[in-house]
Design a protein around this ligand. Sequence first.
Ligand SMILES: *Cc1c(COP(=O)(O)O)cnc(C)c1O
Length: 453
Amino acid sequence: MDERQQLQAWDRRYFWHPFTQMQSFGDDDPWIIGHAEGNYVYELDGRRCLDAIASLWCNIHGHRHPRLDAALAAQLGKVAHSTTLGASNPPAILLAKALVEISPRGLEHCFFSEDGAEAVEIAVKMAAHYWRNVGRPEKQIFVTLENAYHGDTVGAVSVGGIPLFHEVYGHLLFPTLRLPSPYGLARERFAAPTGDSSAAAAAWLAELESLLAARGHEIAALILEAGIQGAAGLLPFSPGILAGAQALCRRFDCLLIVDEVATGFGRSGKLFACEWEDVEPDLMALGKGLSGGYLPLAATLATAAVYRSFLAPFGGARQFYHGHTYTGNPLACAVALENLAIFREGEVLAQLPAKIARLRDGLTAFRDQPWVGAVRQFGMMAAIELRNPSTAQAYPYGERVEYQVCRQAREMGVYTRPLGDAITIVPPLSVTEEEIDTILTVLHTAMSQGSHP
Ligand SMILES: *Cc1c(COP(=O)(O)O)cnc(C)c1O
């Protein structure tokens, strides 16, 4: 047994992987990534792959970016961690200020955590607590969306809408009011992604309006992903949904929580996806790309109104009862500050329109193929549904054909993962236009003549 085989054996024996059926873990030769450089990851045996999944959507400027590495090393020379309960540290202070300055108007205060799910749970707790603080404790119900994904902790699953999770953990979750998925409604009634998207947006907003009109007095907040339901298969909203939802929340006096965990930091083509429709949420969750894909770091941003409702003389039940051991970790905050410094120089965002167009052009080669269902794109995220050409349906779930296609792509040097029946493309923003072509060419080959019949 060589070193790699030994590690694979220990991996199977000891390491319980996320979202993984461990009984078959190992059947498809899972990669052990030993190092990475730029837009590429390297298997222990030296095989190199383009990282077309951005280490699960969080890598922004590539791996081992000299400036991010240097920022981390510099902070390591000072202190790796100290608590922010009753104390503070320079990177966390500077990052809170920087995030307030660049985030949508109205967001004035920043609460740190480690993962996207926590950022969402914190927003949910803040919203519920806010209504108690302002003397309207009857406003406690959350409006959520079918197909929504906000993370895997119990509160985040409660406000999510992935049926499988609700079936398995339903008895642990708090009840919510559920609206249709905007993309699901648009697909069923308006032939999305090609149909009349403004009619689809209007129909969805009408459902939200009637719910808020009937129950608004007991609703605390509406929670939405920022323009696209990510984990459900990259399902974009019709334009107008976010802005329309904000207008209705204002009218019926409900808070708007926007989850920008997946879309924040350039993924949509703007720094935050909210900017496309000038949306100014009451609470916003950030994660994934916040540290450039380096360290677990998340943040919940709140308006002055929400924040001020928690202010009271010492000793009341007003303060926000939440915190984690590593809240505001200086290493993570230092690397996030450098991530923002790179964005501030402007080049990353300036180059995105050309890259997004290149991706859009390349995706046309997939349209109307017998082995493809819908093709979807939202900024630097794309999904291509795989179809069985002989049935025009998705392959049965258990056959794992999408995994075989991704495995074949990996053998050809492109690393990605499926989401349900869709093959996903979510590269680091530092991906070049030539590398976008490579990803698309490889996926075209793997999907068209891949391991499926
Ligand atoms: C990934 C994701 C989360 C959860 O973030 P974790 O860091 O995995 O907990 C929440 N919301 C959205 C939209 C996400 O894509």
